[in-house]
Design a protein around this ligand. Sequence first.
Ligand code: TUI
Length: 315
Amino acid sequence: MIYTPLCDRIGIEKPIFQGGMAWVSDCHLAAAVSNAGGLGIISAMNADGEYLRGQIRACREMTGKPFGVNVMLMSPHAAEVARVILEEKVPVVTTGAGLPGVYMKEWVPAGIKVVPVVPSVAIARRVARDGAAAVIAEGCESGGHIGELTTMVLVPQVVDAVDVPVLAAGGIADGRGVAAALMLGAQGVQCGTCFLTAHECRIHQNYKNKVLAARDIDTQVTGRRLGHPVRALKNPFTRAFGEMEYDSSIPNEQIEKFGTGALRKAAVEGDLEHGSFLAGQIAAMVKEERPCQVIIDEMLSQAEQCLSEANRWVK
Ligand code: TUI
């Protein structure tokens, strides 16, 4: 069994969070991950507070275990969503794509455990000072909105910089990755890409098939010019987006507009041409569709095996 102080702090049996992925992480996926002993997370994405309230209540019908909500801080509804989290007494909140300080002022005193995603040491220090229960150090191997640093480089520096538990995210989809994260000083991991093909994940089958078919070099980062780089599986959409970014005659607003609605087109419609199929570089290692319970249990038993053999080369 792999059990770390993070598990005690969050109230979970297994030190695995499921990433809050827009248009992917709904109450069904979150409940399945929580029922499997990890921390399932509902994405509040760009939706309003009432959408989130419905998801939280539905999740509570499906699991008695703790679960979390992810707040995408660039969402126009972030303030309303933050209030619903308080009203519904959600036990754990993760945040992404920004600084959660203003919301933490209300969440932390209310006893909500706040676990921000951080792309750098400076941001990790800042959220730890603001009362974060833990931080997720997310490397740029991840899918979706990413920072500059890799998981290998970021995690040990964040571990050294803060006194709260650190989860590693970005490029982890099997037990070797979990074992490596623990060796870097993390007390847990957050995984997104490996849950895209979970049985309980309700995205379009075309999305799952794209993940299952992905090779090592099949992701592309777009959006650097707009100040928010995003990693997705290569397709006509990412290629067109990339070309627009290189064309200085095209204004930023036109590029932003081009991307609007693309996450929904991928996850709901399975639109292989116009959708943005967010996934991390580890997609190439996701080869099967399995229940969340199997994904988590196999990852942790492989990690145990790795860790028990970790002194093999120590002479
Ligand atoms: O947030 C994510 N991944 C996401 S959000 C998302 S929706 C979206 N779509 C299009 C453009 C932008 C977002 C899709 N995937 N991961 C967590 C994460 N947080 N990665 C990086 C950060 C981050 C970045 C800057 C956290 C804090 C931060 O603070 C600095 C600042 O200036 O805000």
